[in-house]
Design a protein around this ligand. Sequence first.
Ligand code: AQP
Length: 334
Amino acid sequence: MYKDKKVVFSGVQPSGVLTIGNYLGAIRSFADFSETYHCYYCVVDEHAITVRQVPADLRRRTYETLALYIACGLDPEKNTLFVQSHVSAHAELGWILDCYTMFGELSRMTQFKDKSAKNADNINAGLFTYPTLMAADILLYQSELVPVGVDQKQHLELTRDIALRFNQIYGDTFVVPDAYIPKETAKIMSLADPEKKMSKSDENENATVRILDPKDVIIRKFKRAVTDSGSEVRYAEDKPGVSNLISIYSAFTGKTVGEVEREFAGKGYGDFKLAVGEACADALAPVQAEFARLTADKAYLEDVMRKGSEAAAHDAARTMSKVRRKFGFTDLRR
Ligand code: AQP
């Protein structure tokens, strides 16, 4: 879409207080793209309602997620920061793409299977078509790169398939995007069950470390983290709990896995867990301070939202006009 710069798009659902999984798997890398790409970072509130939300909480978390974007280093002058429901083209293109996505493809999505199991009393159509709305988010801006955690890989592959299908039928319409998945932190696991992904909507508070948790809470949660039998701090398939903690420690300190193993050779899990907690809390402290400053200024956040949604709506309209023309909707706006 931009002749001078390629486009990056990503989003986070305001479905809970963000975890270090969201941070290390996605948000932390967002700012790396700001200089060389045209970046759109969206608070995807329409995705969040596929699971029942308390309206007041959803509203507050939408502000908070935007504030966290900025606190994590995203400058609103260099990135288009906005809220999904403020740009109606997302829902509009989402519907169109629904008509180019097969029932069988959506049925294979593991996130749909997981979330339907978790929300058995509310397996709604939106939960099922979530990936086509996500495809719309990405394709609307002609994005080339989508920084996400590994849990979103399957949705990205579907997005590519939908774009290729559409382009094949109607000629070049969408850029076919690639996922950008950070290698070491692609999937941060739950502290209570290291076989399970850390998720912001997990009801077990001990399973997640939240970006906004105070230092003492962070340290307590790491102290309680489920580890494995034995006492050796070593990265190994049969030690999922300790390996997860090593990944987290390594991500916050910049040390390699080998360096971490050597640092804690001969020491027990207790020392190690304390060090992980301290490294995590120290790394998050500046983000928390900036977040507190930003959330005290609602007018500023609304200004960012307004400017971001105007810019995003303008750019999305260009793709929508192309899409409408290609498949034969009448368009009075030309
Ligand atoms: N545990 C994780 N490790 C690495 N990356 C993760 N992400 C999520 N959990 C981890 C990445 O964070 C980004 C935003 O995620 P999302 O809000 O779109 O939804 P999600 O993937 O469903 O994340 P959660 O925390 O599990 O939310 P809930 O509990 O609401 O379903 C994505 O790039 C995601 O890959």
